[in-house]
Design a binder for this molecule. Structure first.
Ligand SMILES: NC(=O)c1ccc[n+]([C@@H]2O[C@H](COP(=O)([O-])OP(=O)(O)OC[C@H]3O[C@@H](n4cnc5c(N)ncnc54)[C@H](OP(=O)(O)O)[C@@H]3O)[C@@H](O)[C@H]2O)c1
Length: 264
């Protein structure tokens, strides 16, 4: 299915930039949101030249109060209607909870949860009126169980999974598709931003998935009307399903030494 206009948050790098590439190649016009205006501008120029589509960029820090509303008003002023919303912007923060910055944890909750909920609330009613449209929320396989030393991040992703699956059920008969995508480790700036690269052992133990394949899988699952997609191979499926058959207390205890930061 080709969406006329797609709005992607966190589109300046990583998985969001890959969504922009793939959707542009399929002929969608784009609205790209992130903080880095220079990167958004460069990506927009490249995609417009390569695919002959129109790209609107909105440099916006989504942790700011009313950020989603500002994005929505900016596109409404230009007469843009969103047919596909990709709530992708997100960040992590690695380390022992009590030792990490309170400010960073709060910003992460605002970005990963609040901006996603607000963005969704702004575009969903119009999609319901038109009885068409799609929303893709990017969670993570960390959202299926408690993850020591990524405690807040994993909990924000659990929120996204539950929130999205509830919205899927509210909407599957309305013509609006809602999908939550749960990727495993994917090579992007995520690990540097989350301060995870200081644990080389943990980084080396990951099996990384390909972001192009991830995006293609996500768009196919959305078209098929699925509620939830765990991308990547069997390892990600095992992690996502492990918590169904294992007490969560046991799982959290098992994961603790694996995720424990060096020198702590
Ligand atoms: N990489 C992985 O292994 C992995 C696995 C599972 C799930 N995920 C999820 O996938 C999504 C994309 O992550 P990624 O791996 O592509 O990471 P990334 O390369 O670090 O990209 C994060 C994107 O979010 C934007 N962003 C960060 N803070 C923002 C803010 N305050 N306001 C607006 N935009 C902001 C960044 O742009 P600016 O810096 O320009 O603002 C960037 O475009 C996230 O939700 C992440 O949790 C990633």
């Amino acid at each position: 299915m080709i969406y006329k206009t797609a709005l992607i948050t966190g589109a300046s790098t990583g998985i969001g930039a890959m969504f922009a590439q793939v959707l542009a190649a399929e002929g969608s016009h784009l609205v790209l949101v992130a903080r880095s205006a220079d990167k958004l501008h460069q990506l927009a120029t490249d995609l417009e030249q390569q695919f002959g589509i129109q790209v609107c960029i909105i440099p916006q820090d989504l942790t700011q109060p009313d950020a989603a509303l500002r994005v929505y008003e900016a596109i409404a002023q230009q007469g843009i209607t969103v047919d596909l919303l990709v709530n992708n912007a997100g960040s992590g923060d690695y380390g022992e909870f009590g030792q990490r910055s309170h400010h960073r944890q709060s910003e992460m909750i605002k970005l990963n949860i609040l901006s996603l909920v607000e963005m969704t609330h702004l575009v969903l009613p119009q999609m319901q009126q038109r009885q068409s449209g799609g929303i893709i929320n990017i969670a993570s396989i960390t959202g299926f169980q408690p993850v020591p030393y990524l405690a807040v991040y994993a909990a924000t992703k659990a929120f996204i999974i539950h929130f999205s699956e509830a919205l899927w059920a509210e909407n599957y008969q309305t013509g609006v598709k809602v999908l939550v995508v749960c990727p495993g480790p994917t090579r992007t700036d995520f690990f540097a931003v989350a301060d995870m690269e200081r644990n080389p052992g943990l980084m080396a133990a990951q099996t990384y998935e390909d972001s192009h394949r991830l995006v293609k899988q996500a768009l196919k699952a959305l078209s098929a009307g699925k509620s939830t997609l765990v991308t990547g191979g069997w390892k990600n499926q095992a992690i996502a399903n492990g918590s169904r058959f294992t007490p969560r207390q046991w799982l959290a205890k098992l994961l603790e030494p694996t995720f424990r930061p060096p020198n702590s």
